[in-house]
Design a protein around this ligand. Sequence first.
Ligand code: AMP
Ligand code: ZN
Length: 114
Amino acid sequence: MEECLFCRIINKEIPSTNVYEDEDVLAFNDINPVAPVHVLVIPKKHISTFFAMEPGDELLIGKVHKAAVQVAQKLGLNEKGFRLVSNCQRGGGQLVFHIHYHLIAGRPFGWPPG
Ligand code: AMP
Ligand code: ZN
């Protein structure tokens, strides 16, 4: 998946500011933050969208979700809270086709989202 931006970040071919890493998951600051806290949490396995998940990947996605909560905890967001968003397919706003969650916090968020 050499053409995938996030795989290149995982392989350290493109620099990133990492805030969490384990054998399955990487979290790093978004290059174009939309809030004071904007971290991307991704599986190290290349999965383009939720529709491309293979049997067993649900465990991995659970690990990604858990890592996001750990990052939120580390950033002191337990009380303040956060939003965890994943855009799926172009219609959902997805630009990078490697599953990722946006962990955003630090300002008020409206609902429904724009
Ligand atoms: P999405 O629209 O959900 O696919 O989000 C893709 C996100 O990747 C956007 O928030 C971008 O700002 C972010 N992004 C793009 N390139 C980089 C990069 N080199 N490092 C960190 N974040 C990036
Ligand atoms: Zn990838």
